[in-house]
Design a protein around this ligand. Structure first.
Ligand code: ZN
Length: 310
């Protein structure tokens, strides 16, 4: 099962010639999880091949225009396409009013049920094979970071060993499920002899617009990928404090403290035509740092690390 991150917009506040405003898609298990949909996101989605999907969910980290103004056009297009499947939207306070009032004013009649869910600190949405965890960040009163985390994958069953030990085949399923079984001859068989420990799930964390903060460090603990606000370079650190954003260096400190594998910087101020300087500054603190680009795709490989040993 592949897990892929697709960047649709990597600029902060305003689009530039090479970057659109915020939007990231995480594709996993046939689901397309959109995180923020700035103006023009549907066209970016089209150009990237992501498109508008039946199995899409839309998360909005906070109600600032550059993260949410692309939502109404997407909802309208899906009406024109006569979508019938329910669409799940997850957002902060104000999201319902924003959608309903805009749709009413523009006379957009939904052809599909719109299901609106509210984000709040500590909330966990369970989607079967994976969860989305929510933590408040430090930007606006209702602004959130998100963690998309695959559930632990079951360890590997060793059929040869089971065969050798004469475990009847009809009991293999139970062992794979982590059950201890008793054979007809009275032998008690511990599944751990035949199944390796479960493997850690993959974990991608998206900070949203934010100052560096402890809650993101905990949310991102040991993550495969942390995507963090890096609006400014060190020369504009005071602007970061004023506007509730981070510098590339601050993002790198969060990545180091959270012990993530890879840090991807995004939400760059339009003043940096070239973001090499931001990457350089971050790499001095956290070497595995990269800059997001529009249409960049990042595959997150499955982890081979067991959760525990037995
Ligand atoms: Zn913002």
């Amino acid at each position: 099962m592949s897990m892929e991150i697709i960047f649709l917009g990597t600029a902060g506040s305003v689009p530039t010639k090479t970057r659109n405003v915020s939007s990231i898609v995480v594709r996993y298990q046939g689901d397309y999880i959109f995180v923020d949909v700035g103006e023009g996101t549907q066209r970016q989605a089209m150009l990237s091949g992501v498109g508008l999907r039946k199995n899409m969910k839309i998360f909005i980290t906070h109600m600032h225009g550059d993260h949410v103004l692309g939502l109404i056009p997407m909802l309208q297009t899906m009406c024109m396409l006569r979508r019938t499947e329910p669409l799940q939207i997850y957002g902060p306070r104000g999201i319902r009013r924003f959608i309903t009032e805009n749709m009413r004013m523009l006379n957009i009649r939904p052809t599909y049920p719109l299901v609106i869910n509210y984000l709040s600190d500590g909330r966990v949405f369970d989607f079967g094979e994976y969860v989305v965890k929510v933590a408040r960040n430090e930007h606006d009163r209702y602004s959130y970071a998100l963690c998309i985390e695959e559930k632990p994958r079951p360890g590997r069953f060793d059929p040869e060993k089971a065969e050798r030990d004469g475990i009847p085949k009809h009991l293999w399923r139970l062992l794979k499920q982590g059950r201890t079984v008793t054979l007809e001859d009275g032998r008690v068989v511990d599944y751990r002899r035949y199944v390796s420990p479960p493997l850690r799930g993959r974990k991608v964390v998206i900070s949203g617009d934010t100052r560096p903060c402890r809650r993101i460090v905990s949310l991102a603990r040991d993550a495969d990928v942390l995507i963090h606000d890096a609006t400014f370079a060190s020369d504009r650190a005071e602007r970061g404090v004023e506007t509730g954003h981070s510098t590339a260096e601050e993002a790198a400190i969060v990545a180091r403290e959270a012990n993530v594998k890879v840090l991807i910087l995004t939400h760059f101020s339009a003043r940096y035509e070239n973001v090499d300087r931001l990457v350089r500054e971050a790499r001095r603190i956290f070497p595995a740092t990269f800059a997001a680009e529009d249409f960049m795709r990042v595959e997150v490989p499955p982890s081979r690390r067991p959760i525990r040993t037995w």
